[in-house]
Write a new protein. Structure first.
Length: 173
């Protein structure tokens, strides 16, 4: 969550949002989009307050696509009753696409070798054996072999089940 005053100056960024933005290579762009949403909503709310008193229920929704995922930004006007003497805007940032697990975490959690962990991350991203082979500069046969070993170690019967397990921690169907 990001809290700004009505002019769009940052008052607070919670730790969860900081971690989310640091984990994305385009985190600065996502943060800039959140600030732009806060400024636009703050300006709208200020204009409305000059006309008819303090606005209530002013909100805005925006989706941002970054290389590492999609995010939903939800901005809401927070009157002075919430923030004290000054009015402001609250912006929440939700990641819509699951974050791919790290190779290290896959190695530790499932006992995958370094190459199997690389393959598992690509599987979780929906890559085919041909695409995995091209990405890792290995043969299609070797990619298929690594994929089979990953499925075996995960106890998954399909690529979809493996991806579900890797992304959510819960077995897929």
């Amino acid at each position: 969550m990001l809290v700004c005053d009505a002019q769009g100056q940052v008052l607070h960024v919670n730790a969860a949002l900081q971690r989310l933005l640091q984990a994305d290579p385009e985190g600065a762009r996502v943060r800039a989009e959140a600030l732009a949403l806060a400024r636009a909503l703050g300006a709208t709310a200020l204009t409305a307050s000059r006309r008819r008193g303090e606005p209530h229920g002013e909100c805005s929704l925006r989706e941002v696509r970054a290389s590492a995922g999609r995010y939903r930004l939800y901005g809401s006007y927070a009157g002075s009753d919430l923030l004290g003497a000054q009015a402001g805007v609250l912006v929440t940032v939700d990641r819509l696409t699951p974050q791919l697990p790290s190779e290290r975490s896959l190695h530790e959690r499932f006992g995958l070798s370094a190459k199997e962990a690389q393959v598992a991350v690509l599987l979780a991203g929906g890559q085919s054996n041909k695409a995995i082979a091209a990405t890792l500069s290995i043969s299609s046969h070797t990619a298929r072999h690594h994929t089979e070993r990953v499925l075996q170690k995960l106890g998954a019967t399909s690529r979809a089940a493996a991806a579900a397990l890797l992304l959510t921690g819960a077995p897929g169907r």
